[in-house]
Design a protein around this ligand. Sequence first.
Ligand SMILES: [Mg+2]
Length: 726
Amino acid sequence: MPLPLYKTPPRNCRGSFSYPSKVQVNFMSLVASPDIMYRFLIQSVVDYAIYLLTPEGIVANWNPGAQRAKGYHADEIVGQHYSVFYNDAERAAGLPEYNLEQARCTGRFEEVGSRLRKDGSAFHAHVVIDAVHDDDGRLVGFAKVTRDISERHHQELELLKAKELAEQYSQEMAKLSQFLDSVIANIPASVIVQDLESQRILLANQQAERLFGGPGTRMIGQRPADSLAPAAAEYLEQQLARGARSSKGYAAETRVDTLRGPRTLRSRTLLSQNREGQADYVLFVAEDATEELAAHAQIHHMAHHDALTGLPNRTLFHERLRQALVRGDENAKLTAALCLDLDNFKNINDSLGHAFGDKLLRALGKRLRRELREHDTLARLGGDEFAVVLTGLDGRDAACNTAQRLINAICPPFQIEGHQFTVGVSIGVAIAPDDNDQAEQLLGYADMALYEAKRNGRNRYECFNVELDVAARQRRLVETDLRTALHLGQLELHYQPVVDQQTSSVTGYEALLRWEHPTRGMVMPMDFIPIAEETGLIHELGIRALNLACQEAASWDSEQTVSVNLSPVQFKNANLVHTVALALADSGLPARRLELEITESVLLGNSEENVRTLRALKDLGVSISLDDFGTGYSSLGYLRSFPFDRIKIDKSFVHDMCDSREAMSIIRAITDLSNSLMIKTTAEGVESEEQMRRLAAEGCSHFQGYLYGRPAPASERLKEVVVIAD
Ligand SMILES: [Mg+2]
């Protein structure tokens, strides 16, 4: 059906189109009026659906734009009600009629809404419905213009979505920025950003302002030199300049005068590049390492110093000794290592307590330190052991003089907590490079010399010499062999008879250790007991001897006693009494048949404790003899300190008694005192009948010596005295 065409009618005062009066009122006749130009115009419009509706809403004509927008051909739609463009719900709601009514009443209906195509699909449409009246104002129909704005609508939706996204992104960026601001503000480091070109500070966090700027100072927007104190400004500019010059960044640890005082700052400065790869900013980050370094220094000090005296410890001593040896070698000077050991410090510690001993060590450290030069090292190696490194010496005498000065410095009595007492010190000296140029070896030699000083009477110094090394090696060899001997049972007991002066009967035996060495033959006690005492092997050796003596004596069919020698070192073992009790119990030997021989030195050292131990031993029922009497300190006072059962007169007096009045006088004094105290006396080393007669005349109650019998294995021991002199 061809499209009816007409001229564009002018609009009337109500906004509706008006038609010329010569055109008849019949709408159909109006549209039938041909107007080529107008038809072309309408037909050429493809973006708009333009068509007319009758006053009832029937589609009266259809242009190509309408066909394109809605999919209907003119012959399919002309004559149908325009409500087909609405969906079912809209139709049910009477929307098509309502919209027409709007146009009828107001002259125009306009909306943007959804419309249906022929295929049922919806599209977004801009719809205008204009009421068309004739000259007389009668409604002749409606001109309807619909534009498919789906694409525009889609674009608008996209735009809206993009806007929302942008807003969301902007919010996220704001949040991120806020977060970063918070991080920078709270980071435990000073952060500064400087503009590379203007040199002005763009960012400075609180820490940076507190450290460099101070109250009221605004760093941002300023150059460092314009806003900061000279020292801080100089430091910052230097760091920023170095960072700006380096492509890899610049790191430093610097001591800086800041508002918070001198601080050590660990900083890193680097260039910040933009997307084009050009450097815009310099970033400076610095953490305050002052406390951390102080803590490290403290830890280092603690690791290298003795907590009690504050002196260098063993670790630092070795380090200093090694350094001194290197320097001495370079300067062709001597280096000395001195080992110091206090004499009898343990007794002070035990009797007055550790707190007291600690005070003494501190006071002693101070005295020793005063005698040394600034560059010498005094260290406390532990306990009462001190050591000294003397550097840059011209001769050996210098080391000896210092050693003597140290001894002299300790001599005056110490006054601590109202107590006045003296301590002695023994010193061993070894000198590099003469003795050795290696730290460990040199110290070992100084220790050997110290051992020698102690052996030679204490409170003195000794210098190392090669013989000491030989002796030390010999000692080590004996120690090793002795361990083997203990392990393999190479030690046995020989028994020497003790004879009663009045009855001439063998009342008992002294058990004496013998070592049957596989290559050296028989080794006597004097050659291995001192080494066993030094190394602590004496404890094992002593127990072995005690058990063996008790077991063998228990097997004898007699009431004869057995005497076992105890070393003073064994008194350091708190289990001594228990050990003796156990030996008696294990062997079944009655306590009355066991005698323990001790020397005066047991009463010398920690005498109170040792006297308590002696009393406990005596309480077991055993007898206690004082051996070698007269050789050591020979104080008769010892006889008062403990009720000994027997005194053994040292063989040296017996040996000299016939030729020496002094020896005879001493024997007489001992026997007189013993007899008055009801203490038995045994003269040792009786070799002749004359000696025996004289000793008997002096009132000596027992004899022991070659005159009666040599020490012999248990099976060969002398059981009865055969030869009795007249
Ligand atoms: Mg003895």
